[in-house]
Design a protein around this ligand. Structure first.
Ligand SMILES: CC(C)(COP(=O)(O)OP(=O)(O)OC[C@H]1O[C@@H](n2cnc3c(N)ncnc32)[C@H](O)[C@@H]1OP(=O)(O)O)[C@@H](O)C(=O)NCCC(=O)NCCS
Length: 334
């Protein structure tokens, strides 16, 4: 039998240090005007040097657990979606499991770039629907500031740090997750990568001198693929749930670039006032961007009980994914 799955609580965390576009003007040949008009980003948050991904993931997780009225020991599984893990191994999820003292929980990471949160959500939902687990913590967390080349104006102005977390629970009555769509095409991998530090190009003095431990991106290719695949995934998620786009209350796209978001919206003929956006304040926070944006939408009182949400993401791999969710505010508080 398939069990129902609901969202019990949501949390977010962004580090306090604000890095404005003007801060880049001081170190790079760029301008606030270029960054705003080409990307939509106005400022982003960067962690301090001693802070790592599991630190901010744990902060967002503790807030989600508090909102869900769930004790860490009730959690059966911790899944962390991240492209900026603490280490190659052990997993960041294990670090989070220890930091929040979820002593009963299994833990693993998901690597799907900026689509990571949708991949993690889908994975968590399967564990609950199958009946294997009762409560799963899903986290999207990134410290991209540790992996961006502050000399590369094509990439460093886009990205920021942050974390979002969701506690999901199994129930007998309702299923909030109406559909999931996931996809990948490894032929696009070369367009967005961190070239060295893995088994293909282990760290060496040459890789360090060649700045190969920083993120590299072909922005134009990523842009093209992102619009096409997020439109496709959105349409598939609606078709699977047999719902028309007119019923969607809020579109919550991955926050990569306002022009990408506009491109998706226009192709889907979806009204601008129903799109949640947090990009101007936080930049692209990769796997954290969708839960961060949703958490802000809830705090602002925009997302209400019974709303139909369309989440859609695209990222390194390439990967993409979408989910339709019938929102019921924080199950455990009802
Ligand atoms: C990166 C991105 C903003 C670039 O915007 P664009 O309109 O495609 O700009 P182009 O790449 O055509 O570059 C235009 C010019 O601006 C310059 N430029 C790039 N970054 C700049 C910056 N920060 N400041 C000023 N000029 C900049 C380029 O060097 C180029 O100059 P040139 O014509 O003399 O070579 C855009 O391609 C993008 O958002 N891509 C997707 C990125 C993304 O979402 N990544 C994460 C995926 S999940």
């Amino acid at each position: 039998m398939n069990y129902g799955t609901s969202v019990l609580g949501l949390g977010m965390y962004v580090p306090p240090r604000v890095w404005a576009n003007a801060d880049f003007e001081r170190i790079l040949n760029t301008s606030d005007e270029w960054i705003r008009s080409r990307t939509g980003v106005e400022e982003r948050r960067f962690v301090e040097e001693e802070v790592c991904t599991s630190d901010i993931a744990a902060q967002a997780s503790l807030e989600a657990l508090k909102n869900a009225h769930v004790h860490p020991e009730e959690i059966d599984l911790v899944i962390v979606a991240t492209a900026t893990p603490d280490y190659l191994f052990p997993s960041t999820a294990c670090m989070v499991q220890q930091k929040i003292q979820a002593s009963r929980a299994a833990a693993f990471d998901i690597s799907a770039g900026c689509s990571g949160f949708i991949y993690a959500l889908c994975t968590a939902q399967q564990y609950l629907a199958s009946g294997l687990y009762q409560k799963v913590l899903v986290v999207g967390a990134e410290t991209l500031s540790k992996f961006i080349d502050m000399e590369d104006r094509n990439t460093c102005v886009l990205l920021g740090d942050g974390a979002g977390a969701m506690v999901l629970g199994r129930n007998d009555a309702t299923n909030q997750f109406l559909s999931f769509v996931l996809g990948a095409d490894g032929s696009g991998g070369i367009h967005l990568e961190l070239p060295a530090g893995g088994s293909k190009r282990p760290a060496s003095t040459d890789t360090v001198a060649g700045r190969q431990h920083y993120l590299k991106m072909n922005g134009r290719e990523v842009f093209k693929w992102a619009v096409e695949k997020m439109v496709w995934a959105s349409r598939q998620a609606l078709a699977k749930a047999e719902l028309p786009i007119e019923e969607v209350n809020w579109l919550i796209p991955h926050q990569a670039n306002l022009r990408i978001i506009d491109g998706i919206r226009e192709r889907l003929s979806f009204p601008q006032e129903k799109v949640l956006v947090s990009l101007p304040k936080y930049g692209n926070t990769s796997a954290a961007s969708i839960p961060l944006t949703l958490a802000e939408g809830i705090t602002a009182g925009k997302v209400r009980d019974g709303d139909l949400l369309l989440l859609v993401g695209f990222g390194a791999g390439f990967t993409w994914g979408a989910s339709l969710i019938r929102w019921h505010a924080l199950g455990a508080q009802q």
